[in-house]
Design a protein around this ligand. Structure first.
Ligand code: ADP
Length: 175
């Protein structure tokens, strides 16, 4: 069943006009490459300053969990930083952790009265998750969450590369 509250786009998540964009961060919260680097570069130092404060409070962010900061200069209001798992053996635990990253980001969005959220394709870059496996987990997790929670009005999957974009559009059309 398609969900009218889910859309797929191709592009740069830092330019997406939503209430909150999700960052595929690492557990140090100190910035990295990929989408994390792009978010910190475009959003400016205010994001990293808040990440430092979160580190002082709770020592970073565990895999599968999420924290929220300002979005600095970005069009969004918040950045939700979540940490996806590294693909190692493709264990059930790795898959569950990826699902948790999506669910915990959406929970945090709800708690902060966020109505529109954009996700990158978490763990499919430096963390090497196979794109198809990751897309199935992402779509299933978001759909299940939206079925139970009505306050989030729109979720956008922002695909950076062509392969992810094609996977998401065909999977969303299938169901
Ligand atoms: P991870 O460590 O979770 O794998 P990466 O940042 O390496 O995180 O990659 C996650 C996904 O984000 C990849 O599919 C990558 O193509 C994508 N990506 C990289 N830059 C951007 C961007 N500016 N906007 C949206 N997605 C991006």
């Amino acid at each position: 069943m398609t969900d009218a509250r889910i859309t797929v786009k191709q592009g740069d998540i830092t330019k997406t006009e939503v209430d909150a964009i999700v960052n595929a961060a690492n557990s140090s919260l100190l910035g990295g490459g990929g989408v994390d680097g792009a978010i910190h570069r475009a959003g400016g130092p205010a994001i990293l300053e808040e990440c430092y404060r979160i580190r002082e409070r709770q020592g970073g962010c565990k895999t599968g969990e999420a924290v929220i900061t300002t979005a600095g200069k970005l069009p969004a209001k918040y950045v939700i930083h979540t940490v996806g798992p590294v693909w190692n053996k493709g264990s059930e635990e790795e898959k569950t952790l990826l699902k948790n990253a999506y669910i915990n980001s959406l929970k945090l969005a709800m708690e902060n009265e966020v109505a529109t959220v954009a996700f990158p394709n978490i763990s499919t870059g430096i963390y090497r998750f196979p794109k198809k496996v990751a897309a199935e987990i992402a779509i299933d997790a978001v759909k299940a969450f939206l079925r139970k929670n009505r306050s989030i009005k729109q979720v956008v999957f922002v695909c950076f590369d062509q392969e992810n974009y094609e996977l998401y559009t065909s999977m969303m059309a299938e169901e």
